[in-house]
Structure formats: C-alpha cells, structure tokens
Design a protein around this ligand. Structure first.
Ligand code: IYR
Length: 222
C-alpha cells in the first residue's frame, strides 16, 4: 500500500463580484472560439506550444495516471507524411465508408478528403491516450478512465490555445492507427485526436453554425 502524503491546498478565494466578472469574461472569451480549417503558415514559437501542452497535462485523470502523450510536430517532412496518410483514410471515408446519414450530418461543415492544413499549419499536436502504463516491476499497469481523462486534457488544450490567441482544429481522421508509425509511438498508445494549431489564414471563413442555448444544454433542479 502506497502511503498518502498531503500538502496544503494552494487556492485563492475570489469575492462574489469578481467571480461573476471572471465567469462572464471567460464565457465571452471561449464563446468566440471557432474550429478553424484554413490556416496560415505563420510560425508559432515552440514555448507557446509547451505552455499550452502543460496546461493540458494539468488535467485531472483517473488515479492521476496522466495517461497521455502529446506528440508536437513542426517538422515539415513529418507533417507531409501525416497529411498523405490522413488524406488516404479520408478518401476512403468520403468515398465509401461513411454512411449517407453521417455525410449529411457533416454537410454544414463543408469538409472533404483534402487536408492541406496538415502541412500548412505550423504545429500538429497528436494526442495519444495510453491504454495501459508500466508499473514499478516493469509489468503492465492498468489505466482507469483513459478516454475521459484524455478528453478533459484535450478540452484544456483547446482552451489554452484559444487563450493564447491561436486557432485550432480537432481533426479525427479515422482510423488513426497510421499515427503510431509516423510518430514512433508504442502499441499501448492510441491516437485520440490530431490537433492542428496555428494562426488562421488571412480571410479565413467558418461555417455559419451556432451553439445551443443554455436551456437546451442544461437541466436545473434548485
Ligand atoms: N474525419 C473526417 C470527417 C469528419 C467527421 C466528423 I464527426 C467531423 O466533425 C468532421 C469531419 C474529416 O476530418 O473530414
């Protein structure tokens, strides 16, 4: 049994007025986030990506196992390889794998098998989830709630990137197994999300779609 070791909580209480102001301003900030599919090749310094990844890696996780690896790619040759492999999968997806119902659901987004952003954008962050880890004896350590944990971390990553003034796209070419080979990750790691990160292209446009209002996304029992 591992011994528990406790330290004082580092927590600053916020007065009600300031709490309301902060909640509202963060809502407004995040409300302006849009998924971007047209990227500029303008570079983004690695330090900014490092900070955003460390925000993501601060996420809560099952048993604090932190079951994630963020593979950060700016190397043009590797981005090119990822683009070619992703487009091959996407051609199959749009060509025959996707159901008519799925394609209809995607229609408002205007997506297709062409993924130029995978090499135009300065950074790709491939988020891998570790299905299991390694214990002290070198054996397999079961990981708990990996998909949920990686989902939370990815949400923080998206918020951190937006807060830093960067655009992102949560891209999920399916299946994504090719990313293990290209990124050199072991078989216990499952590619969960391919994040495209950078500045939007000059004059970028986004689909005219909105978000559900509060009463459609929440139920209150007060
Ligand atoms: N992976 C494809 C299709 C796609 C699927 C969903 I669900 C989206 O929200 C968007 C796209 C593609 O990236 O084009």
């Amino acid at each position: 049994m591992t011994k528990r070791n406790e330290i004082a909580l580092d927590f600053t209480s916020v007065p009600p007025d300031e709490m309301a102001a902060r909640a509202a301003s963060f809502r407004a900030l995040m409300g302006r986030r849009r998924t971007v599919r047209q990227f500029s090749d303008r570079p983004v310094p690695r330090g900014i990506i490092e900070d955003c990844v460390m925000t993501a890696a601060s996420a809560p996780s099952g048993a604090n196992q932190q079951p994630w690896t963020f593979v950060c790619v700016s190397n043009p040759a590797i981005k090119h390889e990822i683009r070619l492999a992703a487009e091959e999968e996407e051609r199959r997806f749009y060509g025959d794998r996707a159901s008519a119902e799925w394609l209809e659901a995607l229609a408002p987004l205007g997506t297709d098998a062409e993924k130029p952003f995978l090499e135009v954008a300065p950074w790709l962050i491939v988020v891998f989830g570790q299905r299991y880890g390694t214990n002290a004896e070198g054996g397999r350590a079961k990981h708990y709630y990996m998909p949920e944990s990686v989902g939370i971390a990815t949400g923080l990553l998206i918020a951190a990137l937006h807060n830093a003034g960067l655009a992102s796209l949560t891209h999920t070419p399916s299946p994504m197994g090719f990313l293990n080979a290209i990124c050199g990750r072991p078989e216990n790691e499952k590619p969960m999300i391919l994040m495209v990160v950078g500045h939007p292209a000059e004059g970028a446009t986004v689909p005219a779609i909105g978000r559900k209002p509060l009463h459609d996304v929440s139920v209150w029992r007060e």
